[in-house]
Structure formats: C-alpha cells, structure tokens
Design a protein. Structure first.
Length: 84
C-alpha cells in the first residue's frame, strides 16, 4: 500500500527528509530517506488490519512520537494504491 505524505523539511542527514503522515488520530512526523519518496507517496507494505474504512499500517520508520504503527483513513491512501 502507498500512502500520501506532506514534506516538512530537509534533514537532519544529507539524504533524509522529515515528512508528515495523516492518521486517524492526527499527524505523525517521520524522518525517512529521500529515496523512498515517489510521486507524493511512500510504500508502507501490506495492510496489517482494517476496519470501517481504516487501515493499520507499519510506518517506514519510527515516528517522532515513538509509534511504529498507525491507523490511517481511506483518504490518506495514494490513489494509485490498492488497499489489500
């Protein structure tokens, strides 16, 4: 599955960026390698669980909150992605 993100800033490392992912509980900030950003979305692998139009996903890296997983809404799913 691919999810949409908002780029917040460059860094802290030379090949890293800080992105924001919209979850059902708010937003999560994650530092990721810039190379995984493709056309405004990132690949988060398979859906772990789903309920009522929401998907439990594993984040590509630990978020600033310490979370590794998050529930996202259908609106956060990239349009070219297929929810499995």
């Amino acid at each position: 599955m691919r999810i949409r993100f908002k780029k917040i800033m460059e860094g802290p490392g030379p090949s890293e960026v800080v992105i924001e992912v919209q979850t059902v509980e708010g937003t999560e900030e994650i530092i990721v390698d810039a190379s995984i950003l493709k056309d405004g979305a990132i690949d988060v692998g398979s859906v772990i669980s789903q309920r009522d139009g929401q998907f439990l996903i594993e984040l590509p890296r630990e978020a600033s909150s310490g979370r590794m997983r998050a529930w996202i809404g259908d609106d956060a799913v990239a349009k070219d992605s297929v929810a499995a």
